[in-house]
Design a protein around this ligand. Structure first.
Ligand SMILES: [Zn+2]
Length: 352
C-alpha cells in the first residue's frame, strides 16, 4: 500500500489516478484477489508470476487472466471454431502482460485478435507486449478510443509510466481494425458484435457480444461489487449505457467484466445501476444549497454518505493501492461536480 506523503502531492495525485483507473476495491487492504466462483480453480503454472490464470475449460467457458498485483484487472479470451483464440484487454503492467502472454501460449492455440473495451491504462498497457508475442493477432478498437489516446489518454498513460516505471509503457500500438457501432466481425469463425457506448466510466467505451456464447464483454461498464470509478463525472451517461445493455440483451447473458468474476447481465446491471443511482442520490442531498456545506460536500457529509453506501452496497474484498477513502473522495468530487457544476476545494481531480 502506498501512503500519501505531504511532500509529494504530485505523486499522490498520480496514485489517485492510477488506483482509480485500476478499478480498485478500497475495502480490501489484504492484497488478496478473490477467485471467481464460476471459474475452474486451475492452478497457475508459474510461481514467479504475480498473476493467476484460468484457461479455457473443456466446457467452453471463457479463459480469464486476472492480475494478482494491486487492483486486479481481467483479460478474457475465447476459443474460435478454427482452433484459435480471441482476447479482450491486456493488463496494466508489463509484468502482468508477460504473464498473460505465457498463459495464452500455454493453451497451445494461436491468438487471432485482441479487442479493446476502453482506453484506460489498466486495460491497454500490455497491448504492445501481446502484439509483439502474437504479431498475427489483429488489434480491434474504435476511432473514439483512438482519438482519446491521442489526447488526454496520452497523459494518463504517461502517469501510469511514472507510477510503474519500467513496468509500464505509454506506447500502445495502433489498432489494425476500427470497429463501428453495430459492426459484426468474424474471427476464426467466431462472430463478435461491437456496441459503442461512448463516454461514461471511460471515453470510447465499447462492449462486445458473442452470440454463439451468449456472452457480453463489458469492460468497466459493469464491475459488480467493486467500488467503481466515477471521477470522470459521467454517471448519467453511464446509467444510460447500462439501460441500453438491459434493453438489448437477455438478462441471463453471461457478462465478462473488466474487474471481478464472470456474472450475468441481470445481476451485474442491478448492482451497477443501484450503486450509481444511490451514490447520485446521496450526493444530490449533500450538494443541496441548503445542506451543511452548501454546494460543496463536507467531510461529515462525505463520511455519512460512504457509511450509507457501504451498508447498501458492500464491495468485495479486493486490492487497494491507496488509502481506502481516496477513491471515494475522487468519486465524490466527480459526481458532485457532475450534479452541481461546481468545483470545490479539497480534492484534486485531474481526470474529468
Ligand atoms: Zn478497469
Amino acid at each position: 500500500m502506498i501512503k500519501q506523503k505531504p511532500a509529494s502531492i504530485f505523486l499522490f495525485i498520480i496514485v489517485l489516478i492510477i488506483s482509480a483507473f485500476a478499478g480498485c476495491s478500497p475495502n480490501n487492504p489484504s492484497g488478496q484477489s478473490t477467485s471467481p466462483q464460476t471459474q475452474p480453480a486451475t492452478p497457475a503454472t508459474s510461481n514467479t508470476s504475480q498473476s493467476q490464470q484460468q484457461p479455457i475449460a473443456q466446457t467452453g467457458r471463457p479463459g480469464q487472466f486476472e492480475s494478482l498485483s494491486a487492483a486486479p484487472v481481467n483479460s478474457w479470451w475465447f476459443e474460435t471454431p478454427d482452433g484459435g483464440l480471441v482476447m479482450f484487454d491486456a493488463q496494466r503492467t508489463l509484468t502482468d502482460a508477460r504473464a498473460l502472454v505465457e498463459t495464452i501460449r500455454s493453451t497451445g492455440k494461436p491468438l487471432r485478435a485482441l479487442f479493446m473495451t476502453h482506453p484506460h491504462p489498466d486495460h491497454i498497457t500490455g497491448f504492445g507486449t501481446v502484439k509483439a508475442a502474437f504479431p498475427d493477432a489483429a488489434i480491434y478498437s474504435t476511432a473514439e478510443a483512438n482519438s482519446y489516446l491521442d489526447g488526454k489518454g496520452k497523459t494518463l498513460l504517461g502517469m501510469n509510466v511514472k507510477f510503474f516505471g519500467d513496468d509500464a509503457t505509454a506506447g500502445v500500438p495502433r489498432p489494425d481494425v476500427l470497429v463501428t457501432d453495430g459492426q459484426r466481425v468474424t474471427v476464426g469463425g467466431l462472430e463478435i458484435q461491437a456496441r459503442l457506448l461512448g463516454s461514461g466510466e471511460s471515453p470510447g467505451t465499447t462492449v462486445y457480444f458473442i452470440p454463439s456464447l451468449q456472452t457480453l464483454v463489458v469492460g468497466d461498464v459493469l464491475t459488480p461489487r467493486r467500488v467503481p470509478f466515477m471521477a470522470a463525472a459521467e454517471t448519467a451517461a453511464w446509467l444510460k449505457q447500462i439501460a441500453v445493455l438491459k434493453a438489448n440483451y437477455d438478462p441471463g447473458t453471461r457478462v465478462a467484466p473488466g474487474h471481478g468474476p464472470e456474472t450475468t447481465l441481470k445481476d451485474a446491471a442491478e448492482w451497477q445501476t443501484g450503486y450509481l443511482t444511490k451514490f447520485r442520490e446521496l450526493v444530490t442531498t449533500a450538494v443541496d444549497p441548503g445542506s451543511a456545506g452548501g454546494a460543496c460536500v463536507t467531510k461529515a457529509e462525505a463520511a455519512s454518505l460512504l457509511i450509507e453506501m457501504r451498508r447498501a452496497f458492500p464491495t468485495v474484498e479486493g486490492v487497494a493501492r491507496m488509502p481506502p477513502d481516496n477513491l471515494d473522495a475522487l468519486n465524490i468530487e466527480g459526481v458532485s461536480y457532475e450534479l452541481s457544476g461546481k468545483t470545490c476545494p479539497g480534492v484534486e481531480n485531474p481526470v474529468r
